[in-house]
Design a binder for this molecule. Structure first.
Ligand SMILES: [Zn+2]
Ligand SMILES: [Zn+2]
Length: 191
């Protein structure tokens, strides 16, 4: 099979199955993982597929058809989501700001917009202007370390008064979440 044929096949599997591990792809083609990496490299560059903690996944152009977190693949419950719109106009959805911030760090140069929701009012805000509360004593039942987002410092502080935690701005929050993950690429929430 030619590399181009394998790429086509990979895309068709991913569109049906969503996500595949590199090991699984190499097994199906009976080629080495190195070969799989070479095959998927152009697909990653053309943004046809996406690298995730579990392997590779299909990028859908519509935000509606995707029901799992781009980063950790957990099902989206939309209580506290985050969204990244890339310069290629693809939309990536995240289960919570934890995953959104980690993903932002990975693909920073390709991010056109990063959007989240105010935790109290549920209004949509630009994450770059939001206030991030780390370590509050309030369980979202999503990824750890947990991050809450607020529209204004006033709301963040009010919430902090009741539930504790540390308030950070966007750039600090990106650093903090990856620091607390110790550079681990996984999310911690799907283990
Ligand atoms: Zn996630
Ligand atoms: Zn999460």
């Amino acid at each position: 099979m030619l590399p181009l044929e394998r790429q086509k096949q990979i895309l068709s599997w991913l569109s049906e199955e969503g996500t595949l591990s590199i090991a699984e792809i190499s097994k199906r083609f009976n080629v080495s993982e190195m070969t799989v990496y070479r095959d998927i490299k152009p697909l990653l560059e053309e943004r046809k597929i996406n690298k995730t903690s579990g392997g590779v996944s299909f990028i859908s152009n519509s935000s509606v058809s995707s029901h799992s977190c781009t980063y950790c693949l957990k099902e989206l419950n939309n209580r506290h989501p985050m969204q990244i719109i890339t310069i290629h106009q693809t939309v990536e959805q995240f289960c919570c700001p934890h995953c959104g911030l980690l993903r932002y760090k990975d693909i920073e140069k390709n991010v056109s917009q990063i959007i989240c929701r105010d935790f109290l009012q549920q209004t949509t805000i630009s994450a770059k202007l939001a206030y991030f509360l780390f370590g509050a004593d309030f369980n979202l039942n999503c990824c750890q370390p947990q991050v809450l987002t607020f529209d204004s410092l006033k709301y963040a502080e009010q919430f902090q008064k009741g539930f504790g935690g540390t308030i950070l701005r966007f750039d600090q929050a990106v650093e903090e979440v990856s620091k607390r993950m110790n550079g681990d690429m996984g999310c911690g929430c799907h283990k």
